[in-house]
Structures are given as structure tokens and as C-alpha cells.
Design a protein around this ligand. Structure first.
Ligand SMILES: Nc1ncnc2c1ncn2[C@@H]1O[C@H](COP(=O)(O)OP(=O)(O)OP(=O)(O)O)[C@@H](O)[C@H]1O
Ligand SMILES: [Mg+2]
Length: 189
């Protein structure tokens, strides 16, 4: 399956510019894992980009990041490098299919299995969330792919979002998932 957009000549080309208002941030969460959050996040980012919106997709699954894997890209840098202080947040942005300035979208990749991201302090997550809100000034739309469940750092990150979408399937313990989803909504608001 490919998430690549149509060829760049078929798409509008935008110049990156700073907005007065930050982009709306949509977080994608779930009670249970493996239900399609990352798939939905990539699909949303791709759809917003195709609609001509400058879009940033953030891998907010701090423990088990895999947006890069699902996109089939190998980013040179990621959020773990940002947390380590090696690069600034906006320097960790990786363009996909030309990036947001050329009709594709941008990605802030995470790092799977990185203890550095899985064990962030509440202050570090708060700084990351504040950085995302500032970076949103350069975009029309930000999609935040969350980790599963209602773990504290997941909730802290979710609070940076204007909207939290819940993925629920009928395949796995849907009743329990629905309850957890309700908790996620409540805790993130
Ligand atoms: N709408 C869909 N149709 C078919 N397959 C899907 C769909 N959404 C997700 N999948 C497949 O289901 C699997 C899990 O999807 P995904 O990684 O997006 O879930 P996730 O909720 O992000 O998982 P995790 O909680 O581990 O982050 C993947 O193999 C993905 O390709
Ligand atoms: Mg995922």
C-alpha cells in the first residue's frame, strides 16, 4: 500500500510561511493498541496535503514510534535527537513526497524502542507539547499519532491537541476499548 501523493506537477505548490494562528492539531488515540491509529494518521495527513493544506504529521507514540516504518522512509533525525538536545524541533522535520511546501507533507518522526522517548519526564513532555504548538504556526494542519492507552505522557501530549479522535474497532474487546476511549477523551480535555 502506498501513501504517496500524485506527482507534484498535479498538485498545488505552496510556499512555507508563518501563520498568525497556529494550525489546528488533531490527535489520533485509542484505548487498545494495533487498531489503526498510525494508518489513520498517515491517511489523514495525506488527505489534508492533497487538499492543499500545509500538513505536519507528528509521531507521538513515544515508546513504539513507527510512522517512519509505515511510510517507508528513513529519517536522518527524529524526536529522540531533539530530546537529546542534538537538533532543534523544526530541524527534525522530514519531508514526505516533497514535503508540505511542495504538496506532500512533513513528518516529525519518533524512534521506536527509544528509552529516551518512552521515559520522558512530565517537564520534557510539556516542553515537547509547547514546541509542537509553536511549530504549528508554520502549518495549516497538524496530525498527532498517539500511543495506545491512557498512560500519563500520552495524555500530556494529547492535551496539546485541539481535537482528539478515537479509533475503535469491533474486533478486540470493543466494550473495554470504548470505556478507555471515553477516559482518554475526558483526561485529554
Ligand atoms: N483501515 C485499515 N484497513 C486495513 N488494515 C489496516 C487498517 N488500519 C490499520 N491496518 C493495519 O493494522 C495494523 C495495525 O495498524 P496501525 O499500526 O496503524 O495500528 P496502531 O493503532 O497505530 O498500533 P499501535 O497501537 O501499535 O501504535 C497494520 O498492519 C496496519 O497496516
Ligand atoms: Mg501506531
Amino acid at each position: 500500500m502506498s501513501f504517496l501523493l500524485p506527482k507534484s506537477q498535479d498538485r498545488p505548490t505552496q510556499q512555507p510561511s508563518r501563520r498568525v494562528e497556529p494550525a489546528s492539531i488533531i490527535a489520533v488515540g485509542s484505548g487498545k493498541g494495533g487498531v489503526g491509529k498510525t494508518f489513520m494518521s498517515i491517511t489523514l495527513a495525506s488527505a489534508f496535503a492533497q487538499a492543499g493544506r500545509r500538513t505536519l504529521l507528528v509521531d507521538g507514540d513515544l515508546g513504539l514510534a513507527n510512522v517512519d516504518v509505515q511510510l517507508g522512509i528513513a529519517p536522518e533525525t527524529d524526536l529522540a535527537a531533539v530530546i537529546a538536545g542534538w537538533v532543534e524541533l523544526e530541524d527534525a522535520v522530514t519531508p514526505v513526497d516533497g514535503g508540505s511546501a511542495h504538496g506532500g507533507f512533513d513528518v516529525l518522526p519518533g524512534r521506536s524502542g527509544s528509552g529516551a522517548l518512552a521515559e520522558l519526564s512530565s517537564e520534557e513532555v510539556a516542553r515537547l507539547a509547547a514546541g509542537l504548538s509553536a511549530l504549528a504556526l508554520q502549518y495549516d494542519q497538524v496530525i498527532l499519532d498517539l500511543g495506545a492507552g491512557i498512560e500519563a505522557n500520552c495524555m500530556r501530549l494529547a492535551r496539546a491537541a485541539d481535537k482528539v479522535g478515537m479509533i475503535v474497532t469491533d474486533r478486540h474487546e470493543s466494550r473495554r476499548q470504548g470505556v478507555q476511549g471515553h477516559q482518554l477523551h475526558r483526561l485529554a480535555s
